[in-house]
Ligand binder design. Structure first.
Ligand code: PLP
Length: 569
């Protein structure tokens, strides 16, 4: 049994600064053994220079179960910090951990003066991991209590969280303000851009009001704090998409910019006449036009993987689509028009066989279902902050380390160089090599808050919820005569459905839905090749976010029926 928090406070109070650091090391020496079976990737906490693993044991069950924090590190200072966290949290219930003011402990110990900014990041990472474990326990415990399920079995360490759509919706200020006519907005255009939860808005405001400065520039207090926040967002995002390291995360202005950087910086310098770029007709223009242009510039050929009649990639044609000449495969993980979810892992397997580089457009997938670039063996993945419940003007380009090293920067300037002389420049290592000039600092930190929020509500649960809404909408649309749904059955799609009604122009339909407070998108959705392939000029699209509810689906279907009555002769 380690020391109590009071004992640590007392010891600390009697020591000068140097002895306090020594004491921290001693606390680390006394840390109990950490089971080697728990030294797994999923228990790693990132953000520190050293390696850290963290897990928890549970004694008892239900809401009174007590958690014991288990953790270890290869750094003795970090082990000292772990000992403090254990003393602070040990024996508390999940609910107590969530309300425990750990910052007060850090303040009392004046920890800031003993640890470097990197270590502060690591400490914050450990606290967030503990809170996330406690959050999951609290959710499952209250679910079990509510359902009166037997409490005798111990709770699993990482149970799937229960999803409460109304609770989620309440966190979005814009969805809780009535429109002029008293209706609340039924927002069904998250595929274009998602709304932001209050915590993201508050985080952006906090930065602006409390410690805004440029990033990677000043060593004064604001500069240090901004760097910590900025780099911890990078680490959080790396963890969120299963990247090996935060160095593989490049901040961009969005998906479009990221894809152009890959096309111009990685593909253009290496493609030659006779090489093939394999893509699909369902791509958004952002993942189509850059490849078309690279093909024109280099003499490579742009090839399309065929689709099945219901709008999925035709896997039976993969054998002929992938050849020794395939150098790049650029594919969306989820179509922004058909809603189709593509088999990325299988495509990655094919890429490895022929030595092609896999570029995945994650704009519609990353915000809606869990992604692991490591498990899916993806070379490049891009997504946008504004579709991930975060700010506009920020996006993420993940690149496998070796690919980022091969890739040329396409924007030159400050921060991305290690040396500049009159005749030449030497680039910094990734990700700095691709982050020339001032980054969208507040937006990056806001995106970090959005990802943290998504992790807290549970992305797998969001996915399940959106799948259910999609099934309900699909069933409702199928009952409407002369309505054509594009794309596959619900089990092969995410939360997007596009359709057309015979005799009704999508723009007219959108206008009437708007009158009923129902916001949808109409047009070609930046997928002109797909609309040409389907032989239509436009469609109406419904796309869900975590905050949509079954009531939204019903409101949409009611408004659709009214529009139909109004628009059809
Ligand atoms: N790719 C897909 C699949 C999209 O849906 C979108 C936007 O709708 C983009 C790329 C472009 O994203 P952004 O406009 O954020 O660059």
């Amino acid at each position: 049994m380690g020391l109590s928090l009071e004992e640590i406070f007392e010891e600390f109070a009697d020591l000068d600064r140097e002895d306090q650091s020594k004491y921290l090391l001693e606390l680390g020496d006394g840390l109990p053994d950490f089971p080697s079976a728990l030294r797994t990737d999923s228990n790693r906490v990132y953000g520190c220079q050293s390696q850290v693993w963290l897990s928890a044991d549970v004694a008892g069950s239900g809401e009174t179960a007590r958690l014991r924090i288990l953790a270890d590190s290869d750094s003795n200072i970090v082990r000292g910090l772990i000992a403090i966290l254990q003393s602070a949290y040990d024996g508390l219930t999940a609910a107590e951990i969530l309300t425990f003011d750990i910052q007060a402990v850090f303040r009392q110990l004046n920890l800031q003066q003993h640890i470097s900014p990197q270590r502060r990041n690591g400490l914050r990472g450990m606290v967030e991991r503990i809170q996330s474990i406690a959050g999951r326990h609290a959710v499952i415990a209250s679910a079990l209590a509510a359902e009166n399920v037997s409490q005798s079995a111990p709770l699993p360490i990482c149970p799937a969280p229960r999803f409460d759509a109304l609770h989620v919706r309440r966190q979005f200020p814009v969805l809780n303000r009535p429109l002029g006519d008293g209706l609340f907005p039924v927002y069904l255009d998250s595929g274009a851009s998602a709304q932001k939860p209050a915590c993201v808005i508050a985080k952006e405001r906090e930065v602006e009001e409390q410690y805004y400065a440029n990033a990677h520039r000043g060593t004064y207090q604001f500069g240090v704090r901004i760097d910590e926040e900025f780099e911890s967002a990078r680490q959080l995002i790396a963890d969120f998409i299963g990247a090996q390291s935060a160095h593989e995360i490049v901040f961009t202005a969005g998906t479009t910019v990221g894809l152009n950087m890959i096309a111009s910086g990685w593909a253009a310098p290496r493609l030659q006449p006779g090489d093939e770029i394999l893509t699909t007709v369902m791509e958004h223009h952002a993942n189509f036009v850059p490849w078309q242009q690279v093909a024109i510039r280099t003499g490579a050929q742009l090839k399309l993987m065929p689709l099945t009649p219901d709008g999925r990639l035709d896997a039976t044609a993969f054998d002929t689509a992938f050849t020794e000449r395939t150098k790049v495969v650029a594919v969306t993980a989820m179509s922004n028009m058909l809603g189709t979810i593509n088999p990325i892992r299988e495509i990655a397997r094919r890429c490895r066989r022929v030595g092609a580089c896999l570029v995945v457009d994650g704009a519609q997938s990353v915000p809606h279902f869990p992604t692991s670039v490591a498990a899916d063996d993806i070379d490049f993945l891009v997504f946008s902050g504004h579709k991930t419940y975060g700010p506009t003007g920020v996006g993420v380009l993940y690149g496998r380390r070796s690919r980022l090293e091969e890739m040329e920067p396409v924007i030159f300037g400050g921060h991305m160089i290690s040396e500049v002389t009159i005749d030449r420049s030497v680039w910094s290592s990734p990700p700095a090599k691709f982050e020339a000039g001032t980054m969208p600092i507040v937006q990056v930190i806001g995106l970090g808050a959005a990802i943290r929020w998504l992790q807290q509500i549970g992305l797998a649960a969001v996915h399940q919820h959106e799948e259910e809404l999609t099934r309900q909408l699909y069933a409702g649309l199928r009952e409407i005569p002369d309505l054509q749904i594009f794309g596959p059955a619900p089990e092969h799609r995410g939360g997007i459905i596009s359709f057309r009604m015979a005799g009704i122009h999508p723009e007219d339909l959108a206008a009437i839905l708007d009158v009923h407070g129902v916001f949808t998108r109409h047009g070609h959705h930046c997928t002109m090749p797909l609309h040409n392939y389907l032989n239509i000029s436009g469609s109406t699209r419904v796309s869900f976010g975590a905050y949509n509810t079954s009531e939204d689906v019903q409101a949409f279907l009611r408004a659709l029926h009214k529009a139909r009555q109004q628009l059809l002769p």
